[in-house]
Design a binder for this molecule. Structure first.
Ligand code: ADP
Ligand code: GN1
Ligand code: MG
Length: 380
């Protein structure tokens, strides 16, 4: 059976499968994630409106949803304990994702089309931002992601499954691009000539962190692996980065991949799919804010080599996402959600424009890193 199109009735039905109280009032699609189907639903609980998030996992991307949900449950449980140690006692449940169990106690429910659903408390009075407008936002988001990594540092890696095989290794991503360009199954290579040429010209970038890791200079840790800035909730009143979300790719990875994706998503003032490339560039003040925030919470466990490669990581993740969008464009838009023709090609172009801007400012950005001393580290 095919994936079911969403209707209020579908959301009511999903709600009945979870341990929710009260009456369904309304619900609909929510957020701008590229992968899962996310819905916000509102219930009336004895006169109070309470919201939840239902998510239908992307079955094309996540082949083993039960294992993925084991990870998510484990990470939620672990971070809930850690957060209790440092968060204000009257504001704990907004600082961690809270899974609502399905009727019967499982952390998810599988519908008759075979799709997996989960439900979280809706984190109120906070928001995610697709484009970052102030250095404070960048610093807070980076601090929150660094804090998240610090919390995961004490989680035993053995229990964590690899939810998407070869998710980051950029050389593999590059090989996949090559194969897609050679196969040209959708006759799209002709529309992406300059982008393919640019990707090939930057191929050496793909191997830098992998080689350092193979040489034992940078360790694998449990990382988030999808630290785009709209995967952290910032408090609407104080601006504080209160909760890291989107835990589907928490698994062993490199810390630098996480920092690099923040650089990719916070330094440009333009949207990821902006068509006016003159608007795409890396803002030094945002880079500095990211470095400050990340080093404040992760500075105590990063080694010298990691610290020395923060700028490279930004370039690499921007490149990696550029080649992923390009690959998906060439393959017929099978992975990322798209809303228009050539959407993935537009996204690829912004990534490559941002990479050029990062390259042009590389020396200045290194100076920024040198000038940001890791403050006395926060404890996880
Ligand atoms: P995707 O994997 O598709 O990116 P996310 O888990 O990032 O899915 O969710 C998509 C968006 O939904 C987020 O960017 C955020 O705005 C919103 N969201 C997700 N979980 C919650 C939550 N528990 N409370 C409030 N908003 C949420
Ligand atoms: C996806 O799920 P979302 O929208 O937060 C993708 C990331 C990409 C990002 C590009 C599981 O992130 O890896 O970097 O799009 N997530 C997955 O915007 O592939
Ligand atoms: Mg997301």
């Amino acid at each position: 059976m095919n994936r079911r199109t969403w209707t209020s009735d579908l959301l009511r039905e999903v709600g009945r499968q979870f341990d929710l109280r009260g009456e369904f009032l309304e619900g609909g699609p929510y957020g701008t994630g590229h992968i899962n189907d996310t819905f916000a639903v509102t219930y009336d609980q004895a006169g109070t409106r309470v919201r939840y998030v239902h998510q239908r996992l992307n079955a094309h991307v996540f082949k083993e949803p039960a294992k993925l949900m084991e990870n998510v449950e484990r990470v939620c449980r672990h971070t809930a304990l850690k957060v209790r140690e440092t968060a204000p006692p009257d504001d704990i449940s907004r600082r961690v994702l809270n899974l609502v169990p399905a009727v019967g106690g499982m952390p998810y429910w599988v519908d008759d089309a075979g799709d997996t659903w989960r439900t979280y408390f809706f984190i109120e009075n906070a928001a995610t931002h697709d484009v970052i407008t102030s250095p404070d936002q960048a610093q807070e988001a980076a601090r929150a992601f660094g804090h998240f990594q610090a919390m995961l540092a004490v989680l035993p890696a053995e229990g964590i499954h690899e939810t998407v095989p070869d998710f980051h290794p950029p050389r593999k991503r590059f090989e996949t691009l090559k194969r897609a360009a050679e196969a040209d199954t959708r006759d799209r290579v002709a529309r992406a000539g300059p982008e393919i040429e640019f990707a090939f010209s930057r191929e050496p970038l793909a191997g830098i962190l992998l080689d350092l890791h193979a040489a034992g200079e940078i360790p694998a840790r449990i990382t988030h692996n999808d630290t785009k800035l709209n995967n952290v909730m910032l408090d609407n009143r104080t601006g504080e980065g209160i909760c890291v979300i989107d835990l589907d790719t928490v698994m062993p990875g490199l810390s630098l991949y996480d920092f690099g994706d923040m650089v990719r998503t916070a330094t440009s003032p333009a949207a990821e799919d902006e068509r006016d490339l003159s608007r795409v560039h890396a803002r030094p003040e945002m880079f500095e804010a990211l470095a400050r925030g990340f080093l404040a919470s992760a500075g105590n466990f990063l080694n010298k080599t990691e610290r020395a490669h923060l700028v490279t990581a930004g370039k690499l993740l921007t490149f990696e996402n550029g080649i992923r969008f390009l690959t998906d464009f060439l393959s017929g838009d099978v992975y990322f959600k798209t809303q228009r023709d050539a959407h993935n090609l537009d996204r690829c172009r912004t990534q490559f424009a941002l990479l050029r801007s990062l390259e042009a400012q590389e020396a200045a950005f290194h100076k920024i890193v040198d000038s940001v001393r890791a403050p006395a580290a926060e404890s996880a």
